[in-house]
Design a protein around this ligand. Structure first.
Ligand code: NDP
Length: 322
């Protein structure tokens, strides 16, 4: 029997999948491609993972030994509020198909992706890995949140009943090349990068919604990619692990906007529209568990990561998701 590891990445064309592909191809150190590894990055064109049949066909074709499961219906606040059943059902179906097919194919390890936005609405801070199921999620995204929480429940059940090695990670807000830069339904960094770029191009003011005061933790997609690869190769627990910069690296939306203004080279009028809602003031997550495992992990400085993402966006403006 060959010792080749075949690592199948679902959602390989998205923000996180593209970053993993980049690190596998470009990192000359311990995170890059290792001998005996074959990486397969899937897009929805390879098959719709909401279908059990299509999922089986993909596993038959590639015969993976390991799976990184990223594919999901994802979206901003507006889409989450409007399509709650789609977010619940699509994600339930995708996750159930991937995990059950991985089980049937005796896949050695699956690493799935949760999110800090699935934690209870009413909580104490900092959030940690033990709190996922401690109370209802925020009303606005309960479809997405319950579907994601069930991945953790399924991982434990597959482990307890069959001994399967299925685990999950919990990233905070991710940004980087290949993000969704749509102006209506994107996350804060890509949305502001796009807005600032247009303000510079059109000579109009750069207006940031809200007061700029809320605090957030952001992780650069290429840092997250390295941590995903470490989890796949080394992390032994079934319980999830938060992948994030530390509490001291939390930044305000104003810090984010200032960094983007610099990265874009915008010199025009710049202000905050305080009539717009701010959202939650903070959602601080603890990365203590990660730091215990990897105390020396070097996160890319925020300014460098924003600069690289902005440059990617400007260079790929015609093909980016806008
Ligand atoms: P993207 O929206 O950038 O990518 C989603 C990926 O999923 C794409 O490759 C898409 O394929 C694929 N996909 C979606 N639906 C299906 C389907 N029915 N069948 C097959 N493939 C499908 O997402 P991200 O990279 O941002 O997110 C990756 C994971 O990280 C998700 O699980 C998300 O919940 C999680 N996450 C993301 C955060 C963030 O800030 N972005 C934060 C925390 C967690 P195609 O390109 O062909 O459409």
């Amino acid at each position: 029997m060959s010792n080749e590891k075949v690592i199948l990445v679902t959602g390989g064309s998205g923000l996180v999948g593209k970053a993993i592909e980049w690190v596998i191809e470009n990192d000359n150190g311990k995170y890059g491609k290792q001998e005996g590894e074959k990486w397969v990055f899937l897009t929805s064109k390879d098959g719709n993972l909401r279908s059990a049949e299509a999922t089986r066909a993909i596993f038959e074709k590639y015969k993976p030994t390991h799976v990184i499961h990223l594919a999901a219906l994802v979206g901003g606040l507006f889409k989450n509020m409007k399509y709650k059943l789609d977010f619940l059902r699509d994600n339930l179906l995708i996750n159930d198909n991937v995990l059950q097919t991985a089980h049937e194919h005796k896949v050695k390890k699956v690493v799935s992706c949760l999110s800090t936005c699935i934690f209870p609405d009413k909580t104490t801070y900092p959030i940690d890995e033990t709190m996922i199921h401690s109370g209802p999620p925020h009303e606005s995204n309960f479809g997405y949140a319950y579907a994601k929480r069930l991945i953790d429940t399924q991982n434990k059940a597959y482990h307890d009943q069959f001994g399967d090695n299925f685990t999950s990670v919990i990233p905070t807000n991710v940004f980087g090349p290949h993000d969704n830069y749509d102006l209506q339904d994107s996350h804060v960094i890509p949305g502001l990068v796009h807005k600032c770029y247009l303000a510079k191009k059109n000579g109009t003011p750069f207006v940031v919604a809200g007061t700029g005061k809320p605090l957030r933790q952001f992780i650069y997609s290429r840092d997250l990619a390295k941590l995903f690869i470490w989890v796949l190769r080394e992390y032994k627990e079934i319980d999830p692990i938060i992948l994030s910069v530390g509490e001291k690296d939390e930044v305000s939306i104003k810090d984010v906007a200032d960094t983007i203004v610099k990265a874009v080279g915008f010199e025009g009028d710049y202000n905050f529209d305080t009539s717009k809602a701010d959202g939650q003031y903070k959602k601080t997550a603890s990365n203590a568990k990660l730091m215990k495992y990897l105390p020396d992990f070097q996160f890319t400085p925020f300014e460098v990561a924003v600069k690289e993402s902005t440059e990617w966006f400007i260079q790929n403006y015609d093909n980016a998701r806008t």
